[in-house]
Design a binder for this molecule. Structure first.
Ligand SMILES: [Zn+2]
Length: 439
């Protein structure tokens, strides 16, 4: 059936929808996703589908649309978020909310993260409806608010208040993707798990006094010394079996003698030896260990006053399978100062779905057919997405925008000049359409 679809027309249609969707500024905060939800609902309604706008308040809403079947199989949910991160227009080549279609790309904030995927999912739904495909299970599309700021009015709210409408056994979401020319070859990297964020506030207590008379009780001295120890601290490498497989595969594309040496290199002892070089490969490094970034510092109010307190914030990310309390104990030893208190600001359990489930098998089959020869390796993600809310409900969730992005497109997420190629749009729609048909 995929053969009878006129893909050039579908892509032109999708590009125009995405362009119009980008023009609706959903920078979060404040989000204002309601207009975007109504825009998507309008398109779905015209196709004879029955979308529903679930309003959180006057300005914020989530969009859900379901193709019902008589099947008792657990539904598949196609997830994306409508909100985007902000953009500083003067840094961009084109206005970030122009939705310009030019040179084979749609440009603008949200084209990759995550409105592009939203349009792929919407078009897949529309094509299923137009073709009258007999499905093996219900397909639900959910475009939600507030992913970029925590999900309180988005996925979390929908899961807590409208579970009956989105109760799915399987979820396809953002997170992983295909990447061109990674270590010299194209790779499809779906995410089956995500690291868990652990945000901590460190508070150093001391004694205030006059800046002209230095004292050991200056909380800034204590905090700076502790932070220096934290910055120098090396967390242990932990190689999940899936990451090991991915690295072995990636090595095959590298120059001689790396492919031969890779099986020996991929173990913890060697990772330790390569520590310095790995740190420069930020993304890979983040998937091999718990990480700590010092992100905020706050202290003092006047040049000549020693404050009584100072604060720092740490953004720590834990690998699946790691224990929060054990990590906090490790950190306490590194800080090694009883005058520094540690407070947990936010924590989400690292989340994980099995990397070899039958849903993943179907994704793999579709990708193998449409992208022959491109290695397919499930990995974990360093960031976190709305998938966690669904995993908590027992659904299997995979993060995968099923197309091959260039490194430039990947870097444009949350960056400048964000854009998605029409080729990516086409592949994404086709892959999601076939996945819904076959699963
Ligand atoms: Zn996103």
């Amino acid at each position: 059936m995929t053969d009878t679809i006129q893909w050039d027309k579908v892509v032109a249609e999708a590009a125009q929808i995405l362009s119009d969707y980008i023009k609706i500024d959903t920078t979060d905060p404040p989000g204002n996703e309601k207009r975007a939800a109504e825009f998507l609902a309008g398109i779905l309604r015209k196709e004879g589908l029955e979308p529903e706008v679930l309003s959180y308040n006057e300005h914020r809403a989530n969009l859900v649309c379901r193709i019902r079947t008589k099947s008792s199989e657990k539904p598949l949910l196609l997830l994306s978020h409508m909100d985007v991160v902000g953009a500083v227009a003067q840094d961009w080549l084109i206005p970030p909310f122009s939705g310009l279609i030019k040179d084979g790309y749609v440009w603008g904030r949200g084209t990759v993260d995550c409105k592009g995927m939203g349009v792929m999912e919407l078009m897949a739904l529309v094509l299923l409806k137009r073709a009258g495909v007999t499905l093996k299970r219900d397909i639900i599309m959910l475009a939600n608010a507030d992913e970029e700021a925590g999900g309180e009015s988005g996925a979390q709210w929908v899961v807590e208040n409208h579970w009956d409408k989105v109760a799915a056994g399987f979820v396809l979401n953002e997170g992983g993707m295909g990447i061109q020319n990674m270590f010299g070859r194209n790779m499809m990297l779906p995410c089956f798990g995500e690291k868990g964020p652990l945000w901590l506030k460190l508070k150093a207590k001391g004694e205030s006094g006059h800046g002209s008379m230095p004292t050991d009780k200056n909380p800034n001295n204590k905090l700076v010394a502790a932070l220096a120890r934290i910055a120098r601290h090396e967390t242990r490498f932990t190689l999940l079996p899936e990451m090991k497989r991915m690295l072995l595969e990636a090595g095959k594309g590298m120059q001689f003698p790396v492919p031969l040496l890779m099986p020996v290199l991929v173990n913890r002892m060697f990772l330790n030896l390569l520590r310095g070089r790995l740190k420069k490969m930020k993304k890979i490094n983040a998937l091999l260990r718990n990480t700590i970034s010092i992100t905020n510092l706050k202290s003092g109010f006047k040049e000549n006053v020693i404050p009584s307190e100072s604060e720092a914030v740490l953004d720590c990310r834990l690998l699946p399978g790691q224990d929060k309390d054990a990590f906090l104990d490790e950190l306490k030893q590194v800080i090694d100062d009883p005058d520094i208190e540690t407070e947990v600001v936010q924590f989400h359990q690292p989340s994980l779905s099995p990397s070899d489930d039958r849903f993943m098998e179907v994704i793999k089959k579709v990708i193998a057919r449409n992208h022959p020869g491109v290695p397919f390796y499930p990995i974990i993600g360093a960031g976190f997405t709305d998938s966690r809310f669904f995993r908590e409900k027992g659904a299997l969730a995979y993060g995968f925008i099923p197309c091959l992005f260039t490194q430039e497109e990947v870097d444009s997420m949350h960056g400048i000049n964000e854009k998605i190629s029409l080729k990516c749009l086409e592949d994404g729609i086709k892959n999601i359409f076939e996945l819904c048909k076959e699963f």
